[in-house]
Design a protein around this ligand. Structure first.
Ligand code: GTP
Ligand code: MG
Length: 369
């Protein structure tokens, strides 16, 4: 249901609107200046004026501003985003919980932790945002789409278990992303903890500890007893300082989905990690195949907030469908544009799915013959 406003068409054709209205009347169509014409009628009309109409593809680039280098003066320091990765059960979530528990300041107290997959932690030395990665899904999805959401990776390895499949996967991910990695040897409280073995195994992946002449930073922690946490945080903050992370908060928001779900009471909700610009209540947005308008923003303590700047994880309400982890989230000028882009993406997706189906059907048909 494509349409063009009479006024816009007149401008494009370089004729007066009145002339268009007159021609339309000759075609038996009564029209007003604010009316929209379907593409067929517009084509006939344009041809009356000696134009040939070529249907050009819709390009969302017209609406989504390209990522541009920001003016250095517009950049402001932002919190580092730290992703915690590692093998199943090695203690990623426990470690994050322990860090949060040990660092809750009076300022934040009162709120109840919301499980939104991304968390803010304030320390005396600096502020950080952590992403928890269950099974690396979000991180894998984001990497597959070429998105970079993390500044530093904490690789959690259980001291009693050593390097496992997903440890190796995590190492590959962070290497491919070119992100600095800090090792947290966890479960040091366990009787059978063997940090030397962990170091030996990791050294095979070029993660040679500083004490062995390498340049990989190791921290020895226990999420259970909370030991070594300050040390770990100190190292992460030092690493972050070197990176001098900055972003421009004064533009439309752009970020990625960390986690999303369908909530019984609230509809589709997604945790957005804002990476640049500022997201405001009421902003129209596109995200993957969906669009929406920010109806409410909540921080990781369930507090209703009005806006979220760079590096802030927020739970957003107002999606018209559940996006996927790793989907890019982009605020756009208005609802109309948001809807238009999402519709276009869905059409393209349907075409792709259909092409796939047709191929499969054809292949099974050939195979059956
Ligand atoms: P997935 O999200 O499933 O990949 O696991 P995870 O890496 O987040 O591990 P999680 O934090 O869920 O911890 C797994 C188990 O290890 C739990 O039973 C924790 O209580 C235990 N655990 C985590 N950290 C420690 C630790 O420092 N010491 C001891 N003794 N147990 C720990
Ligand atoms: Mg976990």
């Amino acid at each position: 249901d494509e349409a063009i406003r009479l006024g816009d068409l007149a401008r494009q054709l370089g004729v007066k609107v009145q002339e268009l209205i007159k021609s339309l009347m000759q075609l038996g169509i009564m029209a007003t200046i604010n009316q929209s014409l379907d593409i067929e009628t517009a084509t006939v009309l344009a041809e009356e004026f000696g134009y040939e109409v070529e249907k050009v593809g819709f390009s969302e680039d017209e609406f989504i501003l390209p990522k541009e280098e920001d003016n250095p003066e517009a950049l402001e320091p932002r919190w580092p985003v730290v992703t915690i990765m590692g093998h199943v059960d090695h203690g990623k979530t426990s470690l994050l919980d322990a860090i949060r528990e040990s660092k809750i300041t009076t300022k934040e107290a009162g709120g109840i932790t919301q499980h939104i997959g991304a968390y803010y932690v304030g320390t005396d030395r600096g502020e950080l945002v952590f992403l928890d990665t269950p099974g690396h899904e979000a991180f894998t999805a984001m990497r597959a789409r070429g998105a970079q959401v993390t500044d530093i990776v904490i690789l959690v390895v259980a001291a009693d278990d050593g390097v496992m499949d997903q440890t190796r996967e995590a190492i590959n991910h962070s290497k491919a992303a070119g992100v600095p990695l800090i090792v947290a040897v966890n479960k040091m409280d366990k009787e059978n903890a063997d940090p030397e073995r962990v170091k030996r195994e990791l050294a095979e992946f070029d993660l040679v500890p500083e004490e062995w002449g390498g340049d990989t930073i190791y921290a020895y922690v226990s999420a259970k007893s909370h030991s070594g946490l300050d040390d770990l945080l100190e190292m992460v903050l030092l690493q972050a300082e070197v990176q001098e992370l900055k972003a421009n908060p004064a533009k439309r928001a752009r970020g990625h989905i960390v986690e999303a779900k369908l909530d019984k009471g609230r509809g589709a909700v997604g945790t957005v990690l804002v990476q640049e610009g500022t997201l405001h209540h009421g902003d129209a947005f596109v995200c993957g195949l969906y669009h929406g308008k920010v109806r409410a923003l909540f921080n990781d303590r369930g507090k209703n907030i009005k806006s979220a700047g760079p590096s802030m994880p927020v739970e957003v309400q107002g999606f018209d469908g559940v996006p996927e982890a790793g989907d890019e989230f982009v605020a756009v000028q208005d609802d109309k544009v948001a809807r238009r882009i999402a519709e276009e993406r869905q059409t393209k997706q349907r075409e792709k799915d259909l092409a796939k189906e047709t191929k499969v059907t054809l292949e099974s048909f050939m195979a059956a013959k």
